[in-house]
Design a protein around this ligand. Structure first.
Ligand code: UDP
Ligand code: GLC
Length: 390
């Protein structure tokens, strides 16, 4: 019998972690529910997919805790964490396993799992490195992980490695790669592609696309710098400001476009639901993260859409792209290298098409949704018989 799972996530917006959970939760929808600590579009997407959702709104003090924050904010949030954990623990009674999909939901969930005496899975989708987290938050996450997670699922070897390097117990971790259904990326017709190009206003110009939330570490500014070296190339920026102070970064990108005189060539599309169609509308997909990417769904999606992908050489991306074989890699934050590689890809269409074909095959083979679901199911079944770690 499939164990009953209570999934936890602290956000209501649609980041990669949430889109990935959408596929997992849909698969287990008959026996599971998702508890979110804030309302938002993620709830609608889950409900559309037939997944039951409860919103257990987090107190303000818990919402305020940020990745980079220190002990002061953490201490202030303690009563809120405890109150939320009690509510989660009460919900947990009807389930066999708790499954946290984000850091904050893991902190709350690990306390709840202990109270409810349930096993706890932590799906770790972040790199516990100082690029992404304050030292005190890494320590807290690892301490709780070692004591209260029955199993840690990491979305890449890079993520697993960073957990262990931070003091995490290697025997707790299993790597399950994100998997993505290729169908929507393959179903886009030439007519739909042409219509998307018209809508964006690309004409016949070559175009590069970035498909990421607008966030300083996602590095869209590097693409704008590269663009100044590439007359005639258009850039399509798909994604919105989702978390924390990403709005400020989004505003700075707009200012940069004006300052560089790039307004005619840069297209900000905001957060979109039609990513497959937009991937087809561009000639090259760029991944520009300046800090190591834990995994990078967009890299796989670009490959599945049959687009040549240029990505930054760090983190989980190294497990996805083989440079010169299934895509191209450039050093993070290097606008000159990015411009040069984009130029080389556009200048050699036949070679670039072969690279994109190889990328698509590799992505289909190595990052299938079925393999991800099987991997997650194995971990869930493996812990379902356990009691919470005491
Ligand atoms: N995405 C989307 N709409 C957008 C921009 C991005 O649906 O406007 C999706 C994208 O297709 C991918 C996810 O958001 O599936 C981003 O995941 P990724 O792992 O690349 O990055 P994260 O945001 O999780 O760090
Ligand atoms: C996180 C990471 C991203 C990863 C996604 C899904 O949001 O930033 O790299 O692809 O989770 O696991």
């Amino acid at each position: 019998m499939t164990p009953r799972i209570l999934f936890l996530d602290h956000v209501g917006v649609l980041g990669g972690a949430e889109l990935s959970l959408l596929d997992v939760a849909r698969h287990f929808a008959d026996v599971s529910r998702v508890a979110l600590f804030e309302d938002g579009p993620f709830r609608h997407r889950l409900e559309e997919a037939g997944v039951g959702v409860d919103v257990l709104a987090a107190p303000e003090s818990v919402k305020k805790v940020s990745r980079e924050g220190g002990k002061g904010g953490d201490l202030k949030s303690l009563p809120g964490v405890a109150a939320l954990a009690w509510r989660v623990a009460r919900r947990a009674r009807g389930y066999d396993v708790l499954y946290a999909n984000s850091q904050k939901s893991f902190v709350v969930g690990s306390v709840a799992a202990r109270l409810a005496r349930k096993p706890m899975i932590w799906h770790l989708r972040d790199l516990l490195t100082d690029d992404h987290f304050s030292a005190s938050h890494r320590r807290l996450a690892v301490t709780l992980g070692n004591r209260l997670a029955t199993r840690v699922i990491a979305n890449s070897e890079a993520t697993a490695h960073a957990f262990v390097e931070s003091g995490g117990r290697a025997d707790r971790v299993r790597v399950v790669y994100n998997g993505i259904d290729p169908a929507p990326f393959e179903a886009v017709t030439p007519e739909e592609t042409a219509a998307a190009r018209r809508e964006i206003g690309l004409g016949d110009a070559p175009a590069v696309g970035v498909f990421s939330r607008l966030s300083p570490w996602k590095g869209q500014h590097v693409l704008l710098d590269a663009l100044t070296r590439m007359p005639g190339l258009h850039a399509v920026l798909v994604g919105g400001a989702l978390f924390g102070d990403e709005e400020r970064y989004a505003a700075s990108l707009h200012e940069k476009v004006v300052a560089y005189g790039l307004s005619d060539r840069v297209h900000f599309l905001g957060f979109r639901r039609d990513v497959p169609r937009l991937l087809h509308a561009v000639d090259v997909v760029a991944h520009t993260s300046v800090a190591p990417e834990p995994f990078g769904r967009v890299v796989v999606e670009g490959m599945l859409a049959g687009r040549p992908v240029v990505a930054t050489r760090a983190g989980g991306v190294l497990e996805i792209v083989e440079d010169g074989v299934t895509g191209r890699l450039v050093p993070p934050g290097d606008a000159a290298a990015l411009a040069e590689t984009l130029g080389a890809l556009l200048a050699a269409p036949a070679r670039t098409a072969a690279l994109a074909r190889a990328g698509r095959e590799a992505a289909r083979r190595r990052f299938s949704r079925d393999a991800m679901l099987e991997g997650v199911a194995r971990q869930i079944c493996g812990v379902a018989g356990f009691q919470a770690v005491t």
